[in-house]
Unconditional design. Structure first.
Length: 252
């Protein structure tokens, strides 16, 4: 079982591109707007409470906080993923709720395919900037997807984001969501893909990455993201990111 991911040079701040090949099953939570294009292989994957089937040419479109979990893979797969920072997208079009997958022949995906082609070809900055602008406009046009999360789950997510650095109990979430904690826990896992605690931990590590990249010392990060101490930050950071906060800060 192997996975290979190669970063592609992109001369536009806030844009990151990766070419990947794998025969493994991936699971993770997105920190950015991610536009993935499948080039070879077929798989089934779960997001927003639904299993999707994808093949060559199809586009996977996810936004910050979305959980992606591969369910099955029919042989090795290859593809490319272009990510756009939340600040870049939302400063232009606000927050949107986009369709999760587009078929290879869906005309709504044309701008995303042009962006992928430009990145793959190593186009100059102006061409990629234009492709990014068109892709963001295309995201806005897709921002009419039906929300798969029920209102209680949406409210629970909102509270977790608002109180990221504070202690939050399941009773707090249930009271804010207007649903008893037993049904909320079950609905949250079914619709989001992980427990409220696991989701909050991911949010905290996402914030920690932002702070480290901005130059905050690792020792000062833990209390500002709701973690008890440096050792707890180190443990979760290494598990989720694959490196220590100090190593991440130096590379960032």
């Amino acid at each position: 079982m192997t996975t290979r991911a190669d970063l592609l040079p992109v001369p536009v701040p806030g844009v990151r591109a990766t070419r990947w090949s794998t025969d493994e099953l991936y699971a993770g939570m997105k920190e950015t707007y991610a536009i993935g294009r499948i080039e070879a292989g077929r798989s089934e994957w779960w997001s927003r409470g639904k299993v999707w089937s994808c093949g060559p040419g199809s586009l996977q479109i996810l936004q910050p906080g979305d959980v992606h979990r591969d369910v099955s893979r029919d042989g090795p797969g290859t593809g490319q993923c272009v990510t756009l920072s939340a600040q870049m997208v939302e400063s232009a079009i606000g927050k949107v709720y986009v369709h999760t997958q587009l078929a290879a022949d869906d005309a709504r995906g044309a701008a995303f395919h042009r962006l992928h082609h430009a990145v793959r070809a190593g186009a100059d900055r102006l061409e990629i900037e234009a492709a990014v602008a068109e892709a963001i406009a295309a995201l806005a046009a897709l921002g009419d997807a039906q929300r798969e999360h029920t209102r209680p789950v949406r409210r629970a997510i909102e509270l977790l984001r608002e109180r990221l650095a504070e202690p939050v109990t399941l009773d707090d979430l249930a009271a804010h969501a207007g649903l008893d904690k037993y049904h909320l826990s079950r609905a949250f896992r079914a619709q989001v893909g992980m427990s409220p605690y696991a989701y909050l931990t991911r949010l905290r590590i996402m914030r920690a990455k932002e702070m480290l990249a901005a130059g905050v010392k690792p020792r000062d990060v833990a209390p500002q993201v709701g973690l008890y101490d440096q050792s707890q930050l180190n443990r979760h950071f290494r598990r989720i990111v694959g490196t220590t906060p100090g190593q991440y800060a130096r590379s960032a």
